[in-house]
Design a protein around this ligand. Structure first.
Ligand SMILES: C[S@@+](CC[C@H](N)C(=O)[O-])C[C@H]1O[C@@H](n2cnc3c(N)ncnc32)[C@H](O)[C@@H]1O
Length: 294
């Protein structure tokens, strides 16, 4: 008992010395199997299917109360006069609906393809209060491309890179509030599929590292675990396999055969013409704080 007390006290005294960022980085090797593409190449390639597959940007409105977009929009406070910075905005998942509520939105993304999709969507809705910044957040934070905004959002976009710098910049430039989501299970079907061919046992860097980095910066953030629905739809099993290929080294013909078998058992065929669908639940940690509460 005495030993345990001493250990606890030592841990408490040393808390500020724990390098949560190093822990986060070390864990990131267990995330999705990656090829050697840069984030820009990876996401330019992914832009088209991302919009269709997980996002359904369409008119920029949330679909139902169980999905990621609506859960986030319910939670993000934006007042009419406020400015929003959306880091890794993608095709406008949140930037488009938030532009309707805010004075303006700065949409930052490393992928020109994602920004192209966002811009065409914004044009079709006659939204003129979005500023587009084509840059990685690393470069934007190092230069002067982004300044203070009332609300800063990094939704599903801080999964690699110098996370400590990102978090401390977000904390410095968010005047009212900041919202970051960190994956626990991002795309449930993908993980199961990778596991089915022996590329499994994947996990994301734990969100608790981000939370603890903030704690060390003097920020008492809130954490909520969201379980949004993810419904995917493919025109064929082959296209489902192609979709799984996007961020990993090429599948061998044996792996493709095993994936085919797995997906045939997993995807439900509906409609005419037929589509192959699957519905699962992802798991995200939403870490957020208000400046006025600190
Ligand atoms: C999973 S998508 C999320 C898009 C959107 N925020 C959402 O929640 O739907 C990740 C986005 O982050 C962008 N991204 C990834 N790394 C980035 C970086 N280092 N700097 C800026 N954007 C980045 C990608 O291009 C992509 O658009």
């Amino acid at each position: 008992m005495r030993g345990r007390t001493a250990f606890t006290m030592e841990r408490e005294m040393d808390f500020d010395l724990i390098d949560w960022e190093a822990m986060w980085r070390a864990e990131s090797v267990h995330s999705y199997p990656r090829n050697n593409m840069s984030p820009k190449e990876l996401w330019d390639k992914r832009a088209d299917s991302f919009g269709k597959r997980v996002n359904r940007v369409k008119d920029g409105e949330a679909r139902d109360k169980h999905d990621y977009i609506s859960q986030m929009l319910e939670r993000i406070e934006v007042r009419p006069g406020w400015t929003v910075l959306d880091i890794g905005c993608g095709p406008g998942t949140l930037a488009i609906p938030l532009a309707r509520r805010a004075a303006s939105v700065t949409a930052l993304d490393v992928s020109s393809e994602m920004l192209r999709q966002l811009e065409s969507q914004a044009d079709s809705l006659s939204l003129t209060n979005i500023r587009y910044v084509h840059s990685s957040w690393e470069e934007a934070f190092a230069g002067s491309a982004v300044c203070s905004h009332d609300v800063v959002i990094a939704s599903r976009s801080l999964m690699s890179g110098d996370i400590g710098t990102a978090v401390s910049h977000i904390a410095a430039i968010a005047r009212e509030a900041a919202y970051i989501t960190s994956p626990i299970i991002h795309l449930p079907l993908d993980w199961e599929a990778y596991a089915a061919i022996g590329r499994g046992d994947r996990r994301h860097s734990p969100y608790i590292c981000l939370y603890n980095m903030l704690f060390q910066m003097g920020i008492q953030a809130n954490v909520e675990i969201l379980h949004p629905k993810v419904r995917v739809e493919f025109p064929s099993i082959e296209e489902a396999i192609d979709d799984l290929q996007w961020r990993t080294v090429p599948f061998s013909s044996d792996e493709k055969a095993r994936l085919r078998e797995f997906l045939q058992g997993k995807l439900r065929q509906i409609g005419d013409p037929a589509v192959f669908t699957h519905e699962g639940r992802s798991k995200w940690a939403l870490i957020w704080w208000r400046k006025r509460d600190q």
